[in-house]
Design a binder for this molecule. Structure first.
Ligand code: FES
Ligand code: FES
Length: 154
């Protein structure tokens, strides 16, 4: 079945079984390796992408359900202040969780430019970080909010 949608602002067209997980299509058909496979069970958040600006577990979403929708992956965040903030806070160790976390952070900052600590924690609640850098990640999101507030808007 042919499925049309957009990814990071570019039209995409794939011919796959519509029950194929969106994550598999992104990684294997479209060569976008940013979103990662962790659990495959909507339990870790490593695969998070935006569908029409809402965070979605790409491992659990059938690609047939996104026909005509807009998908954004972590690749779309190149140059976003979140990157500098995560570097400044040294928020990544292995980095496996970060692609998904950056996506949820982007969605949060889009709807709540100056989030409270509680709002940051709630926005990242669906994500696991096995390296234990949770506090650095939270501080990085807060730092990104500050950078955006000072006009480093992308
Ligand atoms: S791989 Fe999708 S939530 Fe873990
Ligand atoms: S930095 Fe390794 S899982 Fe989060």
């Amino acid at each position: 079945m042919r499925i049309d949608f957009t990814v990071n602002g570019t039209a995409a067209q794939v011919a796959v079984d519509p029950t194929t997980p969106l994550l598999d299509v992104l990684r294997n058909e479209l060569d976008l390796k940013g979103a990662r496979y962790g659990c495959g069970l909507e339990q870790c958040g490593a695969c998070m992408v935006l569908v029409d600006n809402e965070p979605v577990f790409a491992c659990g979403r059938e690609v047939g359900t996104i026909a005509g929708r807009h998908v954004a992956t972590v690749e779309s965040l190149a140059g976003h202040p979140l990157h500098q903030a995560f570097l400044d806070e040294q928020a990544g160790q292995c980095g496996y969780c970060l692609a998904g976390i950056l996506i949820s952070a982007k969605a949060l900052l889009d709807r709540t430019p100056s989030p409270t600590r509680a709002e940051v924690v709630a926005a990242l609640d669906k994500h696991l970080c096995r390296c234990g850098t949770q506090y650095r990640i939270i501080r990085a999101v807060e730092r990104a909010a500050a950078l955006l507030a000072h006009g480093e808007v992308r």
